[in-house]
Design a protein around this ligand. Structure first.
Ligand code: NAG
Ligand code: NAG
Length: 420
């Protein structure tokens, strides 16, 4: 049953309070129980909002965009995968994985709070960079009822992933298409979660994090944290599944006014970039097409997961959240394919939510950021951090309404640069 809109005043939830207010037609439980909503969080990698990638995902449109609320002004607070992900899972400003571990967040972050609130927590795909074949168990990422993580240095190999399940040793999936492998494992965990739900009433929080449409990266060391340059890795366009490799033959990067402009744009090193020649532009258009092609397997995965939720008759009691860690640029301001800057292409990212009480098929201009995701998940689930844990974000208003004085109109954006 879809509760009436009035029962979802999520924007009232302040930092750390994670309240679920009582609606007019019954009370939402603070602690998990048979009626507590489930959450499916789909997190892609380097997906742009500003180059139109969502327009090439018809199944995502059908199941999520048309059924939910799209945020036009959602931002990552740092346009680099791992620090961005840490801010997502802690509700705090960005930091890398080594800091995440050394500062004790592996014992104190969202999945642990979700478990305390009675949730089964599951994760498939890329959690953080610098989680590698050599350090995956020192420590194991805490807080997951079931997990299967992609590990460096194979995180970005589309046809040679290495995954590590629960407390098992890493397994190589050489020759298999990584998004399909992740999709299959997501189904496995969803089955486990559905069974637990049926037997004990336990709700679930399942995150599925494929690497598409990130570039394919051949990393020459075990991990790349803080050491990401042409000597340590070779980047190529993302690799689509064979069944998608010939799609969109005529599509090119949108030729917006800032695309490879005649006059240099921006400040500092950006203003010194040369105009790209035709060979370069052609290659970058190919790079762009392969991003869209690699997203097709993600689109299919969304379709399969939503259909499974529908079959299990819990789609109406499940929030589905779709986002990415950071944005992407190709050719804007003469830049080569990449991210890390504070241009809109890099930091303005997709966020779409569908679920009980969330308006359908509309978009909102309320300003939100990745640091708000953990508080939002807490508001949905009743999870909460220890009393002394200071969150930097606040729950996102899932009715899409901007309320004067209750939301900031700016976000804190930082930059991580390893070389100039
Ligand atoms: C694939 O990954 C395995 C490790 O999981 C590695 O031993 C092997 O060399 C890789 N193959 C290719 C073609 O890179
Ligand atoms: C085009 O630009 C690239 C550098 O981005 C350069 O390596 C290449 O030689 C140029 N090609 C032509 C035909 O000028």
């Amino acid at each position: 049953m879809r509760p009436p809109k009035s029962s979802l005043p999520l924007y009232l939830c302040l930092i750390g309070l994670a309240c679920i207010a009582a609606g007019q037609h019954g009370q939402r439980p603070l602690q998990a129980g048979a009626t507590a909503p489930n959450v499916l969080f789909i997190l892609t990698d380097d997906q742009d909002l500003r180059m139109d990638s969502l327009s090439y995902m018809p199944l995502l449109k059908h199941h999520i965009v048309d059924q939910g609320l799209s945020f036009n002004r959602h931002y990552c607070t740092v346009a680099l995968c791992c620090p961005s992900r840490v801010s997502m899972w802690t509700g705090k400003a960005a930091r890398g994985y080594p800091k995440f571990v050394s500062e004790g967040f592996n014992n104190n972050y969202l999945p642990l709070w979700l478990q305390e609130a009675g949730y089964g927590t599951y994760y498939v795909g890329k959690l953080f960079n610098a989680q590698s074949v050599t350090n995956y168990d020192s420590p194991h990422a805490a807080g997951w009822t079931g997990s299967e993580f992609l590990l460096d240095p194979y995180t970005y190999r589309y046809f040679n992933a290495t995954l590590q399940r629960n407390f098992d040793k890493p397994v190589s999936y050489e020759g298999q298409y990584v998004t399909d492998v992740i999709s299959e494992k997501a189904h496995g965990f969803l089955d486990d979660a559905l069974q637990a739900r049926e037997e004990t009433g336990q709700p679930f929080f399942l995150t599925v994090a494929p690497t598409a449409p990130h570039s394919d990266v051949n990393i020459k060391r075990n991990n790349i944290d803080g050491d990401f340059d042409e000597n340590t890795n070779v980047q190529s366009p993302p690799v689509p599944a064979d069944r998608h490799k010939d799609l969109f033959p005529d599509v090119v990067v949108p030729r917006t006014p800032n695309f490879n402009p005649d006059e240099p744009a921006g400040a500092s090193w950006i203003s010194r970039l040369p105009k790209q020649n035709q060979t370069n532009v052609d290659f970058n258009d190919h790079f762009y097409r392969n991003r869209l092609r690699s997203l097709q397997a993600v689109d299919e995965m969304v379709d399969h997961l939503v259909k499974r939720l529908e079959e299990a008759d819990i789609l109406d009691n499940t929030y589905i959240v779709y986002s990415t860690d950071n944005g992407y640029t190709i050719g804007q301001h003469r830049r080569q394919p990449g991210k890390q800057c504070a241009f809109e292409q890099d930091i303005n990212v997709p966020l779409i939510v569908r679920g009980p009480g969330v308006p359908k098929g509309i978009s909102t201009d309320v300003v939100t950021s990745h640091t708000d995701l953990a508080p939002t998940f807490m508001a949905l689930t009743g999870a909460r951090p220890p009393i002394d844990f200071i969150l930097d974000g606040q729950a996102i208003p899932l009715d899409g309404v901007r309320v004067e004085d209750q939301r900031q109109e700016h976000v804190n954006v930082e930059m991580y640069q390893t070389h100039v």
